[in-house]
Design a protein around this ligand. Structure first.
Ligand code: ASP
Length: 286
């Protein structure tokens, strides 16, 4: 079978208990992010650039728990995790527990491009940022008033999987983590294979209870189902079933396979997603 080279992109805006009245604006945000990545693919750009651009759009949107608008930890501070990965080469970069970085996914990309290491955490990530002249912002500037006020349970995370016109697949995930987390806690998002993974079979970005997602290495588990012949939708559902069965946890994931087919699944109440296939139409779902 000749693989089609149709590009595709899918983004998620986090899984969890999102109030119904909050969904329209979140779906708008997913649409904008999917279109930001799609534009790059349409212009002949790479899946990697598209995934990064979509994740940046979501990080900059205060409605989502990543970048600006990140959830607060037990000390009322923002500590963010992010990762980016390219399927064909298995190149990846990630940052964990970073403060004062407006777009952690961009810093993750720089870690990947630098190539010496794969994951930097905390102070070391900031030191790396300073060494490469990466712009910093004040940690307080990422805290939005509603977050400070709410300081209640909020799931989030943002993610994107993209497939470009050359058939390359890339994935980006970014998060403020879970609300009231203890300082220093690292979730699934920056852990390659757990919240973020891409290989020859496809790409996956996860959201939900990080501690559960890590235990079943969910992103890689979903891709293993693809490898065994499952369609993306089935692979996504199977991975969620494993998560529920083995850990009792809740989560969601998005997936694109090497033919550009899209799938997603969740066992949370909601997960806003936006996706675009070769016809260029934006589809939204929750
Ligand atoms: N998976 C993220 C984490 O555990 C949180 C989320 O997706 O809501 O850090």
């Amino acid at each position: 079978m000749t693989p089609n080279l149709y590009p595709a992109i899918i983004v998620h805006g986090g899984a969890g208990r999102i109030r119904a009245e909050e969904m329209p604006s979140r779906l708008d945000g997913c649409q904008d992010a999917a279109l930001a990545g799609w534009k790059i693919i349409q212009q002949g750009g790479s899946a990697l650039d598209a995934a990064e651009a979509a994740a940046v759009a979501l990080e900059d949107n205060p409605l989502f728990n990543a970048g600006t608008g990140s959830t607060l930890n037990r000390l009322g501070q923002v500590e963010m995790d992010a990762a980016i990965m390219e399927g064909e080469t298995l190149r990846a970069g990630a940052v964990a527990v970073v403060q004062g970085i407006k777009n952690p996914v961009k810093l993750a990309r720089r870690v990947m491009e630098d190539g010496r290491h794969l994951l930097f955490a905390g102070e070391g990530a900031l030191l790396f940022a300073r060494q490469i002249g990466f712009p910093e912002c004040s940690p307080e500037s990422l805290i939005i008033e509603s977050e400070r006020k709410r300081w209640q349970e909020k799931h989030g995370t943002v993610g994107c999987v993209a497939r470009d016109a050359e058939g390359k697949i890339a994935v980006a995930t970014s998060t403020g983590g879970i609300l009231n987390k203890l300082p220093g806690r690292v979730g699934d998002s920056p852990l390659i294979g757990c919240g973020t993974y891409a290989n020859d079979y496809g790409g996956v970005s996860c959201t939900g209870q990080g501690e559960a997602i890590v235990r079943i290495v969910m992103a890689k588990t979903a891709l293993d189902f693809l490898k065994e012949g499952a369609e993306p939708r089935a692979a996504a559902h199977q991975a969620i079933a494993v998560l529920a069965q083995k850990t009792g946890g809740t989560a969601g994931l998005i997936i694109i396979d090497r033919r550009g087919n899209i799938g997603y699944a969740r066992n949370t109440e909601r997960m806003p997603v936006g996706f675009i296939r070769s016809d260029g139409q934006v589809h939204l779902d929750s």
